[in-house]
Design a protein around this ligand. Structure first.
Ligand code: ATP
Length: 425
């Protein structure tokens, strides 16, 4: 796949490749969780099940990269294993019998995802698979890419040995993403997103045969069968990536979202995304920004706040015009107050010039301004409680924003004037 200039550069494979398989124990010693992994293997041994570290953490360990999570596979007795781990490590445990998977968050905050090894069969393209318990080899062959299909044994008798029946280590060495069979993208088209995400993140190529299959699945419209929920899950993951921009560029180049929702972004989309990344915007902001360009329907499983913020991004034009015309602090405040903060932070990063400056000033300063008088003070002054409290306090706030009142005494005298005017009016 042609890669953009932003894509990670190829790196030299780590020295571990020079070692013989017999010295793989070296590898696990480098892992910061060696002690913990040893305990997991021993717990499995006691319960009579083999335990493995699998997927992402093994891939990252072999590449010498940090891995955020620990994915553990057990060949049987997953529930008992989960409970025993929770008991021994003193952590919080969950287990879902339906998915044969659980998690333990240890008392020091390390999260272990624990899965029973399984096969997955797909009744139709793009639907969720039927899951059945199976051994580790079958479990590795139901995975997405060879580099994610390597297991590292944690059993005391074979601790640190790799199980790599599908050539994952070789693909890591030659730095490529490869699917395990020709139907892979059809079975689960979310793998199209994953292939591009991993390729860019790791600076790998997508192996030519795999790229052909990916393009075929995009062309044959299997992606349109994915539910919005599954697609949006992938978009959220992409927004969390440090190299989000080249990933999105690759998705556009491969016409992936055109195949899903018939969506082709306007030019300004990438420009804005680039500005947000340059400003160090959090993943959630990138996601809301992206959402504002998508053909959102009521079937989209998004939070109300996300939908509201994305909606404001599309309705900002009249506010922008008013904003550029006004320099009075209270007017700027009133214009921007109804708009959710995430939307404002996005606009401030994306917009050039005066409106962005005013939004930044609002966020950093104006939104923090408070009156000294409160409803309690009005009550003490003998004002009957009611909706006019809000009106009076708003007037005090606007006067403060515009520098017309500076302190409590100023506010008190303005308040008295407002009350007198209210009575006479
Ligand atoms: P990350 O580094 O982003 O956490 P990961 O490789 O750990 O990546 P996860 O999404 O956490 O990926 O999934 C864990 C493992 O489950 C993967 O390594 C892969 O083996 C398998 N997997 C995840 N999604 C799929 C999928 N759609 N199809 C097949 N296997 C998958």
């Amino acid at each position: 796949m042609a890669r953009s200039s932003c894509t990670a550069k190829k790196q030299t494979p780590p020295a571990i490749w020079a070692s013989s398989p017999g010295t793989l124990a070296d590898l696990i010693v480098r892992c910061q969780h060696t002690e913990l992994l040893g305990r997991l293997g021993r717990i499995g041994d006691r319960l009579g099940t083999r335990v493995f570290l699998v997927g992402g953490p093994v891939r990252d360990l072999l590449l010498g990269r940090e891995s955020p999570d620990l994915d553990i596979a057990v060949e049987s007795r997953a529930r008992q294993f989960c409970n025993a781990v929770g008991l021994e490590l003193g952590g919080r445990t969950t287990f879902h019998s339906r998915f044969l998977s659980g998690s333990v968050t240890t008392s020091v905050g390390i999260r272990l995802d624990i899965n029973q090894t399984r096969t997955e069969t797909y009744a139709r393209p793009a639907v969720l698979p039927t899951v059945r318990p199976a051994g580790i080899e079958a479990d590795l062959s139901r995975r997405d890419f060879s580099v994610n299909a390597i297991a590292l044994s944690l059993a005391p008798s074979s601790f640190g040995y790799l199980l790599d029946p599908l050539g994952g280590r070789h693909d890591l060495q030659v730095r490529r993403i490869r699917v395990l069979h020709d139907r892979s993208f059809r079975d689960d088209p979310t793998r199209v997103f994953r292939a591009i995400r991993f390729a860019v993140r790791l600076g790998f190529d997508i192996e030519p045969g795999t790229l052909g299959l990916l393009r075929e699945s995009v062309h044959d419209n299997v992606l349109a069968r994915l539910t919005p929920e599954r697609v949006l899950y992938e978009l959220r993951l992409i927004c969390r990536e440090p190299l989000v921009l080249p990933i999105v560029e690759a998705l556009i180049r491969e016409r992936v979202l055109r195949a899903v929702w018939d969506w082709t972004p306007p030019k300004r989309f990438l420009f804005g995304l680039c500005r947000l990344v340059q400003h160090g915007a959090e993943p959630e902001l990138l996601f809301i920004y992206w959402l504002s360009f998508l053909p959102v329907t009521e079937r989209f499983p998004i939070r109300r706040e996300e939908q509201e913020a994305a909606g404001w991004l599309n309705r900002f034009e009249p506010v922008r015009e008013a904003l550029v015309r006004s320099s009075r602090a209270s007017t700027i405040y009133r214009l921007l107050k109804p708009i959710p903060e995430p939307a404002l932070r996005i606009i401030a990063a994306v917009e050039p010039g005066a409106s962005a400056r005013r939004i930044r000033d609002y966020l950093d300063r104006l939104a923090q301004v408070r009156t000294e008088l409160t409803g309690k003070d009005l009550k003490k002054m003998g004002v009957e409680p009611g909706p006019h409290y809000r009106r009076i306090l708003d007037q005090l706030l606007y006067a403060r924003l515009d520098g017309k009142v500076q302190n409590r005494d100023d506010e008190l005298s303005l308040c008295r004037r407002l009350l007198a005017r209210g009575k006479s009016g």
